[in-house]
Design a protein around this ligand. Structure first.
Ligand code: CTP
Length: 405
């Protein structure tokens, strides 16, 4: 009953598979969902708004306004109203417009305003589907956090056979139910995430830090919040914004401040993901005035160790709390990561290697392996940080949370 009461915007585009949208509407409504159809002009050539409004008991939205009385149809309101948007069937043209923000119809403007998760069920001829431009657009949409409902392989309207048929309505409904079921589980969870670098002040104008951008931790926060969790994101200084209202962001500067904030929130946390690149050392003393250049050829800085936040939490951790750390390595990657996993009493560790191009600090992509304390290992290909975040969160969910829920 996970679709009961869910508000779904169903986007329909100009594909022969649009005739299946009537069945899809009924299947969603039978599960208790409320459906609002938004159809493109080409979609109306394949299925009439009368059929769809009769099924949904709502006027079908297609234009920006009603011509005879000027009533404005707000795509922004639809974006706020929905619990999910499903575009089925999604043509190659619509996929391309979505990927590139070409907002020339009501469906695309609604998509661009959408606050809720978006599901896309492509439907097209096999060659159109396989074309590199379609695949690149789908990859882009995935990287933005949309969920692609893979088309099935079989008989196509072109009389050819191959991959491109829109997934059957019942299977689409099953995938949406599974998503909301997952979200219900997450709704009970409190997740703590650390992100970004720390700044360790030396004098009023200088600090010690590292190249961490915070992108991975922020992507994790967005994914956890989208799944329904309450997220506390404790971040060092970064140039990033948070978007989801379920993210409670706390900005800190130094490792000591991060440690203090983490200690306050950890006892109430179900899982902590420690993504921050915490400086291991800080200057032994802070100079109130700017340190001046001297005539010496060398300068020696005294540093003292910062607290190891992860190791501290590993000691505090209770039976039902999950602790996930990160390891960014340049050599002996697996043995170093496994060493950190044991030493800090983590449940699993996400390893990224600086030897992989496109992985690590600053980049928008990452390539990870996950090593769990129980011996399970998983390797993932290079992906956007949003997709990597989804893989980590899936691992967290399946490996630990579901068994304890
Ligand atoms: N970490 C932490 N507090 C620190 C140092 C690291 O919480 N003072 C956490 C990181 O957030 C990460 C994990 O520990 O989840 C591993 O961090 P990393 O810097 O790779 O390991 P270190 O223990 O600092 O070892 P080294 O820098 O020597 O590789």
């Amino acid at each position: 009953m996970t679709l009961l009461g869910k508000k779904i915007v169903l986007g329909i585009t100009g594909s022969i598979a649009a005739y299946k949208a009537a069945y899809l509407c009924r299947a969603l409504i039978k599960k208790g969902a409320e459906v609002q159809v938004v159809i493109t002009p080409a979609g109306k050539e394949f299925i009439t708004p009368v059929t769809l409004s009769a099924l949904t008991r709502k006027p079908v939205v297609s234009d920006f306004f009603t011509a005879n009385d000027g009533t404005w149809h707000s795509h922004v309101d639809l974006g706020l109203w929905a619990d999910a948007m499903l575009i089925a069937p999604a043509t190659a043209a619509t996929v391309g417009k979505m990927a590139n923000g070409i907002a020339d119809n009501m469906l695309i403007t609604t998509y661009l305003s959408m606050k809720a998760p978006v599901f896309i069920a492509p439907a097209m001829d096999l060659d159109m589907y396989a074309h590199p431009s379609t695949q690149a657009n789908l990859d882009k949409l995935k990287a933005y956090g949309n969920r692609i409902i893979e088309p099935a392989t079989g008989f196509l309207a072109s009389a050819l056979e191959g991959k491109g048929r829109m997934e059957e309505p019942d299977r689409i409904v099953e995938q949406m139910e599974a998503f909301f079921e997952n979200q219900n589980q997450w709704a009970k969870k409190k997740i703590l995430i650390t992100a970004g670098p720390t700044y360790e002040k030396l004098d009023p104008v200088r600090y010690i830090s590292n190249y961490s951008s915070g992108k991975m931790g922020f992507a994790l926060a967005e994914v956890c919040a989208e799944r329904g969790a309450d997220v506390t994101l404790i971040s060092g200084p970064v140039q990033l914004k948070t978007h989801h209202p379920r993210i409670h962001r706390i900005d800190v500067e130094s490792a000591a401040e991060m440690h203090k904030a983490v200690s306050v929130y950890f006892p109430e946390t179900d899982a902590a993901i420690l993504c921050a690149a915490v400086a291991d050392y800080r200057p032994a003393s802070f100079s109130e005035s700017k340190l001046k250049r001297k005539d010496n050829e060398t300068m020696v800085l005294d540093l003292v160790a910062n607290p190891d936040i992860a190791a501290g939490l590993g000691k505090m951790k209770k039976e039902n709390q999950v602790l996930c750390g990160f390891a960014l390595e340049t050599e002996n990657e697996f043995s170093n990561a496994e060493g950190k996993l044991r030493k800090k009493n983590l449940d699993f560790i996400v390893l990224n290697s600086l030897r992989d191009q496109g992985a690590g600090f600053q980049s928008d992509t990452n390539k990870i392996s996950i090593i769990a304390a129980d011996g399970e290992k998983a390797d993932f290909p290079m992906k956007s940080k949003k997709e990597v975040a989804a893989d980590i969160v899936d691992f967290l969910f399946h490996h630990f949370v579901s068994s304890r829920a």
